[in-house]
Design a protein around this ligand. Structure first.
Ligand SMILES: [Zn+2]
Length: 211
């Protein structure tokens, strides 16, 4: 969470995710027995400490720093850990937690840019994962039942260094990498609302990993 420092809702979504994972349900216990989960509550530590926004930051937006020579040490550290998990075939899910623009009234995923051209097992993974999210991410902030795409990032070079795309380019068809944008400008965009979004995401992930 918090590749964009001011998107505090992302941290709360992450907390809701972890609280469900740490909870007493048999589904959570089964998930813990079979899965290792890494959570970074705040990526852009400096801008959070300063109270700055972070989006489109100079010299780079944190979430567009994912290339071979990242500017930010946090990105380099996250890349190393993620890459190590990918190398040994242990990365199944990657989620980057954000809050979107003020006009967005429902949580949604930015999916793979090449989703329309995807076929076979990779497309099946993204379709199935989304349908489980629709099933589990309901009240009070239901997930949009289709992917959106971060087309506001204009060049391919810049798209390639967004974290979700960076991870997706390195993982096999049985993995998903997504950006969750949780609406912040609604009456339900409270700590409690965010916790429920995170809880729903965790339930969907657990269901997907069981299949
Ligand atoms: Zn963001």
């Amino acid at each position: 969470a918090r590749q964009h420092a001011w998107e505090a809702g992302g941290s709360w979504v992450g907390r809701g995710f972890l609280e469900w994972v740490a909870g007493d349900t048999p589904e959570a216990a089964a998930l813990r027995a079979s899965t290792e989960i890494f959570f970074i509550p705040i990526m852009d530590v400096d801008n959070v400490a300063l109270g700055a926004g972070g989006k489109e930051a100079v010299p780079r937006d944190h979430n567009r720093d994912w290339d071979t020579r990242p500017v930010y040490p946090e990105v380099a550290a996250a890349q190393q850990r993620v890459e190590a998990l990918i190398q040994v075939g242990r990365l199944r899910c990657y989620f980057d937690l954000h809050n979107p623009g003020s006009g967005d009234k429902q949580p949604f995923f930015f999916g793979p840019m090449d989703y329309e051209q995807m076929t076979g097992p990779r497309r099946a993974s993204y379709d199935r994962f989304l349908s489980l999210c629709v099933q589990h991410m309901r009240e009070p902030l239901p997930i949009l039942p289709r992917y959106r795409f971060a087309t506001y990032v204009k060049t391919q070079e810049e798209r390639d260094r967004m974290s979700g795309n960076w991870v997706r380019d390195r993982t096999p068809a049985r993995a998903v990498a997504m950006t969750l944008e949780t609406a912040w400008n609604t009456p339900h965009s409270t700590q409690d609302g965010y916790l429920h979004v995170g809880q729903g995401l965790a339930k969907a992930m657990a269901a997907w990993l069981r299949e």
